[in-house]
Design a protein around this ligand. Sequence first.
Ligand code: NAD
Length: 293
Amino acid sequence: MTIIDGKEVAAAARREISAEVRKMTDSGAPAPHLVAILVGSDGASQTYVGHKEKCCHEVGFRSTVMRLPQETTQAELLEKIAALNADVNVDGFIVQLPLPPHISEQKIIEAIDQRKDVDGFHPVNTGRMISGLPSYLPATPDGILSLLKYYQIDTAGKHCVVIGRSNIVGRPIANLLSQKGWDCTVTLCHSRTANLKEVVASGDIVIAALGRAEFVTADMVKEGAVVIDVGITRVPSDKTKSGWKLLGDVKFDEVAPKCSYITPVPGGVGPMTIISLMQNTLRAARGEVYGKR
Ligand code: NAD
């Protein structure tokens, strides 16, 4: 059994991105510029944006964080987005989700110029992804693909069972792994799936993205399966200084001995998500998906 080390893969990717940025700046081009908009003071969102900012500095990107108050109206946010769409000094930007309930996430996502949508959530990027056209891939699914590639895990003809059908993880990873080059036979499970245990147990590759701590147990996993755990749930703990710890969707200790490969939580998929955002921003700066502006 091999534990997939997301931190190692992420560190290697950061080195590659830094080298590319150095080449760009040495040739006189500006470093890629990523902007993050953060509305309100949600603790988890602040942490995520902080990590993204730190990673930008590590790879040599320019990074700007726009912190807006919780009371920001949808119209005000749309104005900021229009300004970023038009700003030639910004290569890509993200609006950290979730947004306050008075703002429609869908309206906001659709207002982002798809050429700067480095989160890959705009319907144009989703549509292009599904059609197998160049697009910005959503970060978490893209991070999973990078892990599979790095560990040279054979996916062709394998049965991949994805648990969870969200637009940001389950649905896109199910689609991507069914595409040419990955060639999986994919089953996409959700909260209404019948006989979930049996379906998951038939998977050569299991991707758990449902957000229920330790949901996948040993009896649900086939001997030799590859298990990718996307879930992150904070639970109270008296063993940590912070008073909480992170759990994945997989009961790691009992599932790991049955697997050929498994990702831990933390340190598996998580570190790769930010890397994919950096890779998308680099591609945006180079005009690789939609051409140079
Ligand atoms: P979501 O809540 O949007 O979607 C969850 C999906 O799971 C739904 O489609 C639902 O049908 C399905 N589901 C719920 N209960 C189920 C059950 N009992 N049986 C089968 N299916 C069930 O979640 P999301 O945004 O896709 O996130 C999923 C998890 O992944 C969360 O823990 C989230 O924190 C984590 N996450 C991690 C990263 C990362 O970087 N590692 C990124 C995004 C999300």
